[in-house]
Write a protein that binds this ligand. Sequence first.
Ligand code: MN
Length: 513
Amino acid sequence: MWGIVFFVDSPTTRRVTVFDTTLRDGEQTPGISFKFEQKLEIARQLSSIGVHAIEAGFPASSDGERETVKAIADLGLESIVCGLARSRKEDVDACLDCGVDMVHVFIPTSEVQRLHTIKKSCEEVLEITGEIVSYVRDHCDLCMFSAMDATRTDLDYLVQVFRTAADAGATILNVPDTVGVYTPTTMKALITRLAGEIDCPLDVHCHNDFGLAVANTITAVEAGASQVQVTVNGLGERAGNADLSSTVMILESIFGMQTGIRKEKLVETSRLISRYSGIAIPPTYPIVGENAFSHESGIHSHGVIACAATFEPGIMTPEMVGHRRKLTLGKHVGRHAVRQMLDEVHLQPSDSQLDRIVEKIKFISVKGKRVTDADLYEIAESEMGIGNGGRVIEMEELAVMTGNHLIPTASVKARICGKESIYSATGTGPVDAALKAVLGMLPMKIQLKEFSIEAISGGSDAIGHVTIAVEDEHGRIFDASASGDDIVLASAEAMINALNILHRLDPAEGKNR
Ligand code: MN
């Protein structure tokens, strides 16, 4: 339940609250439609990471939306649950029927939107604003009011609209940069003026049309806004909204403010939304992208091994956001990184052997091929003349059944440390079933973290190249690959290759590389 005081500024740390609109603006991302169960799961996740308010949806837009918002309101989350409404009583009633904690009413205020959408005069908009906010407050404790397209609204008029809303009892005023045309300079001027003239907390909703959504959001906070509207992974209409992770980390790590967000859950949350939305995050995405804490170049890896802050922000670490630091093998790799990675599996090449290993990694990656951990160990062992490091698991047989009327099932027979083992499992598809069957043979818990498949040649008989990354019980992640014209078999072999790395790792170390 909400009930907590909204905007407490302790004498030392300023508190900024987070309003997440992944389920409303984020769902308006072209091509995204979350399923009912997914929406409930997203709401639970947002609440569990400490989001102050969740915009659950727009109840008046459809029966389905109404059901969803009601179901989310019924979850009894810690977060405030908010419903969106146009400035019409029937929209507000639809929100109230859902049992939301807060109603968010909006009305267009810019001339272009007033004339072309609602076709109302300035005076009419003022009148509607006062009436609708009073109506909400008669029935609900919390009312957010938005002047849609605020940043393209005549400033004196905007002040009048917001003052009207505040006088009618709005609990917070939202300033939307609806089409993303502001810059930090204009945002600073606007929020400074509004904060100076209106006695009501301010919130901002920034769009990323020019890539400035996060910059504008944090500038609004510097200028006096007490709440930020964000979406996970920056989802939203057109180019999206301000990204939750970046906004939170800037406010906390750079500004030293408090958002109440459990930052160590940021990566997990981003991945959940990525999975449900079907929109992958680019590897270079800030904070949560796969490469956010990865180092390939020799100079950087060398620095990071000695002291992470050399080539990372330092005020933000991978652990803080639930990420991991990773040294990757590629054409820029250096000797220090390779030595460290080999040392972790107790391979200690001589200097000249190390030179040749590094050369070989560079040679392979220049040709565009990813060098996995399994490749590295194989290269090192052959250069060091110690043969294969002993594979403890060898697959002997794999049988898979799949079809439109049966549950995909896989059986695998393998030799583990010389002993024969057989296991069967079902899955959502033949690859899933095969991987589960392989993993099921092992006593320890191994999690699949990454799976990618690439068709090397064209045609339905193309060679598939499967790369996987798995995480062991100690949080260590390692990758391996396999190729073949049967992708199910190649997937199982890639998993076996990864599992063969396991026995090289010292269980006591339990560290991440
Ligand atoms: Mn929006």
